[in-house]
Ligand binder design. Structure first.
Ligand code: ADP
Ligand code: MG
Ligand code: MG
Length: 249
């Protein structure tokens, strides 16, 4: 699904990712943990092709294709999903309109016909139900007064509608209460399949009780410094990251 080789990337001339290697097979869930400022969000942003992130060397393949050659829109159509965050409210655009545009773009790329408004509404209502968002949410403006929990549920809803093959969830658990956390985890678990992979960035072991990863990686100083299974997350929770600095660096 994803093959990252010796990836180096910088932001504003500052090297953030330093020779990062990671390989993800179809169906796998990889959790990425690590200290603040390690480069976890940068990795997601680089993979999604967000502006401002410059790849200085290394390679990334998505399903055998050169990801770094693709425009951000193409990456999304090819099945890469990074929950979009809107920095500002977009006046006059509803959630539903934005979601439908994204779904239609992907369907067009796959040679499928555009969904009718009725077909789309049916899908969107089901997705709302799955993440316990009220239907009225669809008619609301993009980011118009979203609570933290609503933003996160919205991310999962986007993911359900877009049916990506590689889902990147960056701290989807931050600021969620236990009920919301469970809703998010249920959404992810419902989408687990042999063809779909996940990168779950999290600070807390707790999320991994609900979304059980196949692998846990520690990202520190811009690269993966340790990998293991779920027990590594428990060890990190108990011991923090400083022991790794001594062991690995
Ligand atoms: P993490 O998600 O692991 O906490 P980030 O990837 O957000 O870490 O940040 C890694 C480093 O890159 C930090 O030093 C941060 O200040 C810097 N950085 C990330 N994005 C930007 C940006 N858009 N502009 C300037 N610096 C950035
Ligand atoms: Mg951070
Ligand atoms: Mg981050």
């Amino acid at each position: 699904m994803l093959k990252i080789k010796d990836l180096c990337a910088s932001v504003e001339e500052k090297a953030i990712l330093r020779s990062l290697n990671l390989e993800i097979k179809p169906g796998e869930i990889h959790a990425i943990m690590g200290p603040n400022g390690a480069g976890k969000s940068t990795l997601g942003n680089v993979l999604a092709g967000r502006p401002g992130y410059e790849v200085t060397s290394g390679s990334v393949e998505l399903k055998g294709q050169d990801l770094l050659e693709m425009d951000p829109e193409v990456r999304a159509r090819e099945g890469l999903f990074l929950a979009f965050q809107y920095p500002v409210e977009i006046p006059g655009v509803s959630n539903m309109e934005l979601l439908k545009a994204a779904v239609d773009a992907k369907r067009q790329h796959e040679g499928k016909s555009e969904l009718s408004a009725i077909e789309f509404m049916k899908m969107a209502r089901e997705a709302c139900k799955a993440v316990s968002l009220d239907q009225s949410f669809l008619k609301r403006g993009v980011n118009e007064g979203f609570s933290g929990g609503e933003k996160k549920r919205n991310e999962i809803m986007q993911m359900m509608l877009l049916e990506p093959s590689l889902c990147i969830l960056d701290e989807t658990d931050s600021g969620l209460d236990i009920d919301a956390l469970q809703v998010v985890a249920n959404g992810v678990n419902a989408m687990r399949s042999e063809e779909r992979s996940f990168i779950v960035v999290t600070h807390y072991q707790r999320l991994l009780d609900y979304i059980v990863p196949d692998f846990v990686h520690v990202l520190a100083h811009g690269r993966i410094v340790k990998s293991g299974d779920k027990s590594l997350a428990l060890e990190l929770e108990a011991k923090g990251y400083s022991w790794l600095e001594q062991e690995v660096l």
